[in-house]
Design a protein around this ligand. Structure first.
Ligand SMILES: NC(=O)c1ccc[n+]([C@@H]2O[C@H](COP(=O)([O-])OP(=O)(O)OC[C@H]3O[C@@H](n4cnc5c(N)ncnc54)[C@H](O)[C@@H]3O)[C@@H](O)[C@H]2O)c1
Length: 448
């Protein structure tokens, strides 16, 4: 008998080109495309991307063995990536990047050639779900199933025309009006009937998600839209062996929240209130100015603290938190969001204290590397035969979708441990538990 027999996992090599397809070619998507092209030309570094810059430890501490993440797992290289997308506006990625005003004009001009080649495919769009936008580059079809079929054909054609061997889809389009799962979303049979019958509660983002999975294309949801949360989508992804993950890129204010809140809880400091407000003036801000779209954001943003603080477990510390989140559309700031957090905390014997955070961030600069990493890891997951929800990618997501009945993990450092251990698992490396109690004989000979 072999002691410690481990399950080994085999990952298909990252051969050929990878299509990264984004519904939405706005600020985040064009900053992603432009960033990758700039890195390829040696004009800039992929700062903020764990797949490109991250390192992790393998084996025991005493071995001092650190590797680059991209050398450990067989990720697609940036040279193998081809970008494509859909948008309701017909602008090329070059024009869209100029419109978004995230990157300096000079840089966008230097990238004019590759960006001009990326032209949006006509979108599946319904104004009932995004009230503040309208555009001409939109598909028509008798039923929502027709629209899904058109998207599926787009994916196949794009891959053929660009000689891609694989594709992943990352949602980078606008936030839709909040629509919790309803009867039609309960299983795939009902959902497909709903697509054929034009059920009004099926949103465009759900049609893209369905089309991707049917084409065996891994799908990551970068917005708070309800899509991978739905039982029908999870069922289909399981059945067809396709990885999915969501929801909502974890950037700006929520990133900071999930760094600070676990620290307060770990030190058993109480929280009476957390007031978060921010101003932003990009198109995303304009869309979120509609109360329906804001509701989606509010749900994904506010769930974080409840899960981290678990008031039912710590009633003395967190049972009465006043958590307020505001997003204010303020055009002069464009993509350069400014966020303020006021945290009312209390310590020993209940004495009150305050923390103030003023984060002057750049929304799409924070989101682009997250979108890139999600795309590359979802492709890896597909080649590793992973299917259904990829909880190990919670690190990147504001509202991680987990199996029914489980609580999501929001603590950024725990999320990173989970991600790293998953990569160790993929490469048949020893999992690290940081116990390190060799002198008690607990981990004899290990020194974690
Ligand atoms: N930037 C961040 O830090 C961040 C963080 C978390 C989530 N997000 C989410 O990422 C998404 C993109 O953000 P952004 O700043 O790029 O917004 P944006 O408004 O600049 O771009 C969105 C694009 O999607 C297009 N669009 C809308 N509906 C579409 C549809 N059905 N099909 C195809 N295209 C469609 C719009 O025309 C627009 O060009 C938003 O949902 C946003 O909430 C962004």
């Amino acid at each position: 008998m072999t002691p410690n027999k481990k399950k080994t996992i085999s990952i298909a090599p990252a051969e050929g080109k990878l299509a990264i397809l984004t519904p939405g070619m706005g600020a985040v998507a064009t900053t992603l495309y432009a960033g990758v092209e700039a890195v390829k030309l040696g004009l800039a570094k992929p700062i903020g991307s764990y797949t490109q810059m991250g390192k992790m430890r393998l084996g025991k501490r005493t071995e001092k063995r650190f590797v680059n993440v991209k050398d450990l797992v067989p990720l697609a290289s940036l040279d193998q990536v081809v970008f494509g997308g859909w948008d309701i506006f017909p602008d090329s990625a070059y024009d869209a990047a100029k419109h978004a005003q995230v990157l300096e004009k000079d840089l966008v001009e230097r990238l004019k050639e590759p960006l001009s080649k990326i032209k949006p495919m006509p979108a599946v769009f319904d104004r009932n779900f995004v009230k503040r936008l309208d555009g001409p580059n939109v598909k028509t079809g008798k039923t929502k199933m027709d629209l899904a079929d058109q998207l599926r054909a787009d994916i196949r054609n794009f891959m053929k025309e660009n000689g891609c061997s694989r594709a992943v889809m990352v949602w980078c389009a606008s936030t839709e009006v909040y629509t919790p799962p309803s009867a039609v979303h309960q299983n795939i049979k009902l959902f497909e009937e709903g697509l054929r019958n034009n059920d009004p509660s099926i949103s465009p983002s759900q049609i893209y998600t369905y089309a991707a999975i049917k084409e065996r294309v891994p799908y990551a949801n970068g917005s708070p839209n309800v899509s991978v949360e739905m039982p029908c989508i999870q069922e289909l992804a399981q059945e067809l062996n396709v990885p999915i993950c969501g929801s909502d890129f974890k950037t700006g204010q929520t990133l900071i929240k999930t760094i600070i809140a676990p620290g307060l809880r770990n030190r058993q400091l109480g929280v009476a209130g957390w007031y978060s407000t921010n101003i932003l003036g990009n198109r995303d801000g304009e869309v979120l100015d509609d109360p329906g779209s804001f509701k989606s954001k509010e749900v994904s943003k506010t769930g974080v603290l409840t899960d981290i603080f678990s008031p039912e477990m710590y009633p003395d510390l967190y049972s009465d938190i006043s958590h307020v989140v505001r997003i204010n559309y303020y055009p002069p700031r464009g993509d350069n969001k400014e966020g303020w957090d006021n945290i009312d905390i209390f310590g020993w014997l209940g004495y009150p204290m305050q923390i103030k955070i003023n984060f002057l961030c750049r929304d799409s600069i924070l989101a682009a590397p997250v979108a890139l990493d999600l795309a590359l890891f979802m492709d890896l997951a597909g080649r590793a035969n992973m299917r259904g929800l990829q909880e190990w990618l919670s690190f990147y997501l504001k509202a991680p979708v987990v199996k029914p009945g489980l609580t999501p993990e929001h603590d950024l450092s725990v999320q990173l441990l989970k991600l790293e251990n998953t990569l160790r698992f993929f490469t048949n490396e020893e999992l690290i538990n940081h116990l390190g109690l060799t002198y008690y004989g607990v981990d004899e000979g290990k020194d974690d």
